[in-house]
Design a protein around this ligand. Structure first.
Ligand code: ATP
Length: 218
């Protein structure tokens, strides 16, 4: 996709195996808090730090498309899905920076669980040289690191002022106060495999797609 220069741009990466309301609802609330006009969903191709997805890349992309249809907040960037190699966020951010230039304010959205394990990401120390991090609350994960070095890193970059995010191109961490949505893709896959329905956890067109394509069911 092509980027127009228009305020803070935000990306939300994930495996989306499948996409669920735990992805969508907190990010919608975050967008209101921070004043985001658009959120670009960035489905991973081969996530380096986790077991391989159960649904294939085109099925995960199709589910993301179905989940956001008619919702003007979201759009999709398929660059990670199109690459036949591990999806390293730092490389994706570098390629985006080449397209949009150094001055465009750019943010990457993650859940609180991802923040707490960010030191396992390839090149994590450089992430804030490319973007801000916007962090959504997630049930079961609090805002503090056990590791003092990581907590110092967070304290050094944390801001409570969303206005700062569009004043500089990168470098801040904003801990958003988003609704706690107790849903994970792992639980959804397990529920579907044991024959349970998940209509309140996933948008209806996505659940229809899952049944039509016999995904996640034993
Ligand atoms: P899985 O259970 O397969 O690990 P997941 O539900 O955590 O998957 P991912 O696609 O791995 O979903 O997550 C993408 C991003 O969404 C991550 O930054 C993660 O922290 C965030 N996220 C996922 N579920 C929630 C949730 N319920 N609340 C807040 N953030 C979430």
């Amino acid at each position: 996709m092509t980027f127009k220069q228009e305020g803070l741009q935000a990306l939300f990466g994930g495996t989306f195996d499948p996409i669920h309301y735990g992805h969508l609802r907190p990010v919608e609330a975050l967008a209101k808090q921070v004043g985001l006009q658009k959120v670009i969903l960035l489905p991973n191709h081969v996530p380096p730090h986790r077991p391989q997805p159960k649904a294939n890349p085109s099925q995960r992309l199709e589910m993301v498309k179905l989940a956001i249809q008619g919702n003007p907040l979201f759009t999709i960037d398929t660059r990670e899905l199109e690459k036949n190699s591990p999806s390293y966020t730092i490389e994706t951010l570098a390629s985006l920076r080449q397209e949009m230039g150094a001055e465009q304010p750019l943010a990457f959205i993650i859940g609180q669980d991802s923040l707490l394990s960010i030191h396992t990401w390839n090149g994590w120390e450089q992430l804030l040289d490319y973007c801000h991090l916007l962090v959504c609350s997630r049930p079961g994960y609090d805002a503090d690191f056990q590791d003092l070095k990581m907590q110092d890193w967070l304290n050094q970059h944390k801001t409570d002022d969303p206005n700062k995010l569009s004043q500089v191109p990168h470098g801040h961490i904003f801990l958003a106060n988003t609704p706690l949505v107790n849903i994970s893709a792992t639980e959804i896959r397990q529920a579907l495999a044991s024959g349970k329905t998940c209509y309140d956890l996933i948008p209806a067109p996505v659940i229809d797609y899952i049944y039509q394509h016999h995904l996640y069911q034993n």
